[in-house]
Design a protein. Structure first.
Length: 509
């Protein structure tokens, strides 16, 4: 790695060059021999190659390798200048700026195409020699101090890795299959439920209104998940908010991975009625919402509606030490509806913007979680084989937490102790088993220590891992109806016993 920086140390006053220049020369010489080499192997520290005292700033050019990076060297100079000249000349450093900063570093892979990165003036990618050169201009002290440079270097290689990942398709390896079953029909259940009055398209896109009959089925699915899976495995229920502040998503990686899929939330700038008077009067007169006025009355979003329930549950244990006798920690939430902006990908009740889930998370030792994964799989098999009698399969797939956080890791993909298992079901109305897309209606993940480290969760001894297994009620229901139809007499006996009796609903004239 090579770093070349030209910048300034801004002084608290303009010293007289004829008085101070000799001491400046000594200061630079000593810096090259001491403070700019500290922590680096011999002859591999940073070095000031040129400098100029002018007016109220000291301009410097610094070259370095990977050990004492040029921007770190500039920060060291600022600190030590005050120590060196404060007492004798009453001279101190106000701030630093980097007028130009050029960084060259190795690439992990050859780039497939060019890209842009914020703050970077120019990116030069040398694919043949696997080198990248970044040029920055007019960087502030905050930018240099807050480690943005290292994050940008990492981001370059992440973007290149993503180019390869995008081209190879999703990882998929079948683990188990129920085998083929006979099905009641081959119709799209969403369309049929709309026709018979069980379902109505919601007032906004990607949402639905569930009438009593379908609501009863969704609640039945929820009860099955509770009684057959979560409670027997000793999961405990918690409740949490639907709103997630950005700092939580920053820790999990969602905010950098899927910001295009969030529903964002703003707060009123004021609750003062008089501030909103004109807005209300406009609506009263026009029966329309004055959007330009509204923008001035609300804050920039600092939170969003729940995208997945697990981030908030990890936050609840941030910085905590879990007692060993409480491991594995087993909790679940069913209060926070998940909301995702699906854009053109919506279809029926199985691919929506708002959906209802039970989200269990588990935190424990690696051994405990691997044992729990086996237990969960057996419980799911019991429900899907014996109660719902589905045609389904399990597959090892690209971990969802890599996709949602926008982070690509071949190690994670290939590690069969961690990762994601998808449960996929055949939808007869989509076409043949061989040619149609099966629906992922359930998953089960062991995430390792990714979120444990992000939220600084610890135990008394040893390593902690975590995982989750979101249970989507709409997905379960969509799969069941796609295979079993809407006529209760054709449903499996075990499921009918769970439903007991459907509500009568109501007649609409």
């Amino acid at each position: 790695m090579k770093f070349e920086l030209t910048g300034k140390i801004l002084l608290n006053k303009s010293p007289e060059p004829t008085v101070i220049q000799g001491d400046i020369d000594i200061f630079i010489k000593e810096a090259n021999e001491s403070i700019l080499t500290k922590g680096a192997p011999a002859n591999q520290g940073a070095k000031i190659t040129d400098y100029l005292l002018k007016d109220d700033y000291l301009q410097v050019t610094i070259s370095s390798g990977q050990y004492v990076r040029a921007h770190d060297a500039l920060l060291r100079l600022k600190k030590n200048l005050g120590i060196k000249f404060g007492k004798k000349y009453k001279l101190g450093a106000r701030a630093i700026v980097a007028d130009k900063y050029v960084i060259e570093f190795p690439l992990t892979k050859k780039p497939l195409e060019e890209f842009k990165i914020p703050f970077v003036k120019e990116i030069r990618l040398d694919g043949e020699n696997l080198l990248c050169t970044l040029t920055f201009e007019d960087l502030t002290e905050e930018f240099l101090r807050e480690n943005y440079i290292d994050r940008i270097i990492r981001l370059v290689n992440q973007k290149i890795a993503a180019q390869y990942y995008a081209g190879k398709g999703e990882q998929w390896e079948e683990l188990w299959s129920s085998g083929a079953r006979e099905h009641a029909w081959a119709k799209d259940p969403t369309e049929e439920m709309v026709k018979i009055g069980w379902l109505k398209q919601g007032p906004t896109k990607g949402k639905w209104f569930y009438h009593p009959q379908l609501t009863a089925i969704l609640r039945t699915m929820e009860n099955i998940a509770l009684e057959e899976i979560l409670l027997p495995l000793n999961f405990q229920e918690i409740m949490q908010s639907h709103l997630v502040p950005f700092d939580i998503w920053l820790r999990t990686g969602h905010l950098e991975g899927t910001p295009n899929e969030f529903y964002y939330v703003s707060e009123p700038r004021s609750r003062d009625v008089s501030v909103w008077e004109e807005f209300k009067d406009y609506i009263n007169i026009t029966r329309q919402v004055p959007e330009d006025q509204l923008k001035e009355l609300i804050t920039v979003p600092r939170m969003g509606i729940c995208y997945a329930q697990c981030p908030g549950m990890y936050w609840a244990f941030q910085g905590k030490v879990l007692a060993e006798d409480s491991l594995p920690l087993l909790i679940f939430d069913r209060t926070a509806n998940s909301n995702r902006y699906e854009s053109g990908g919506r279809h029926g009740i199985e691919r929506v913007d708002e959906f209802h889930r039970l989200e269990p998370i588990y935190i424990g030792t690696p051994e405990q979680l691997l044992e729990l994964r086996d237990a969960l799989i057996e419980k799911y098999k019991h429900v899907f084989n014996d109660i719902l009698e589905l045609e389904w399969r399990m597959a090892w797939v690209t971990p969802w937490y890599m996709e949602q956080a926008g982070q690509i890791s071949e190690d994670d993909e290939n590690d069969k102790t961690k990762g994601t298992i998808d449960f996929e079901a055949y939808l007869p109305y989509k076409g043949s088993r061989e040619d149609s897309e099966w629906l992922e209606y359930q998953n089960l993940s062991i995430i390792g220590d990714k979120f444990i480290k992000a939220f600084n969760i610890k135990t008394q001894h040893g390593e902690l891992w975590s995982g989750c297994s979101g249970i989507g009620l709409e997905r379960w229901t969509a799969v069941f109806f796609a295979q079993k139809g809407l006529e209760p007499q054709k449903w499996p006996t075990a499921f009918k016993e769970c439903v007991k009796e459907l509500p009568k609903g109501y007649r609409i004239l």
